[in-house]
Ligand binder design. Structure first.
Ligand code: CTP
Ligand code: MG
Length: 266
């Protein structure tokens, strides 16, 4: 199964118990409007393999992750299930596992938030740490996944991988008519800003409480924990964990895969 039988560093030494188990929820139910017309984004191919398959592999590559819950487009769960079976690694049980990582497929919702909630609802009881990872970040390195898990194991209730920004960021008054000039309101100090990625890692109870309480529309899970006054910490992200959002990102993703193939020799 996983290496989760190691004692957790957050457990008091006098109270040994089975260590914290980690599951990942992968929201993959979005349409990918910004990518342009075509199949739902998570099902689009990168070097011949669907983006979602790359994303599931990236999470299953962590020895700590023993279950992946994939949140499929609302009417696409059977298709996603057979896609994953077709790409399952040798050793996996058809229909249920990939190597030593089990997977479950559930249908998603209208918003990312709703989709993540539906994934959380499907989690079996015996998982204490939950990662939430965008299917649209198919190339996240396993070291980033492991760094997030380690920070949660070390006691942080919410952990996000993030990178410093290259661009200066302006806050504006959005124009009523798209394309009109927009007045600048403020320029936050770039050195204090971070662009956040996924997987974001959580103590399960903290994330479940956040999803049950916060109803505002948010773009990441950690901000829901922040709204409840919970502490969120940042660990170093990775440039290969970028989100495939627009057509140029597909070119970049395929270039990264080509470079990996050269370096790894496969
Ligand atoms: N997502 C989801 N359910 C939704 C909307 C988004 O599971 N109703 C997922 C996407 O599949 C993606 C992740 O959330 O893996 C991040 O969202 P984003 O990059 O915005 O993807 P899309 O919503 O598909 O893209 P767009 O906003 O361009 O339509
Ligand atoms: Mg979206």
């Amino acid at each position: 199964m996983s290496d989760d039988s190691r004692p957790s560093r957050t457990e008091p030494p006098t109270e040994p118990r089975t260590a914290l188990r980690t599951a990942a929820v992968i929201p993959a139910a979005g349409r990918g409007v910004r990518l342009g017309p075509g199949a739902p984004k998570a099902l689009r191919a990168l070097n011949g393999t669907p983006m979602l398959v790359h994303a599931v592999r990236a999470l299953a590559a962590s020895r700590a992750v023993s279950l992946v819950v994939i949140v499929a487009p609302p009417d696409g769960a059977p298709e996603v299930k057979s896609l994953l079976d077709a790409h399952a690694l040798p050793g996996g049980t058809p229909g249920g596992s990939w190597g030593s990582t089990d997977f479950l497929v559930v249908p998603g919702g209208e918003s990312r938030q709703e989709s993540v909630k539906l994934g959380l609802d499907a989690l079996p009881p015996d998982y204490d740490i939950v990662l939430v990872h965008d299917a649209a970040r198919p190339l996240v390195p396993v070291d980033t996944v492991d760094a997030v898990i380690q920070a949660v194991r070390d006691g942080a209730p919410a952990v996000v991988p993030a990178l410093p920004l290259a661009d200066t960021v302006k806050e504006v008054e959005p124009a009523a008519v798209p394309g009109d000039p927009e007045p600048v309101v403020a320029t936050p100090r770039r050195a204090r800003l971070r662009a956040v990625q996924t997987p974001q890692g959580f103590d399960r109870a903290t994330l479940v409480r956040a999803h049950e309480t916060v109803t505002d529309n948010v773009t990441d899970d950690a901000s829901m924990v922040e709204q409840l006054g919970g502490q969120v910490v940042v660990v170093p992200g990775h440039e290969e964990a970028f989100k495939v959002t627009r057509p140029l990102d597909l070119v970049l993703a395929e270039a990264v895969l080509a470079r990996r193939r050269l370096n790894d020799g496969f």
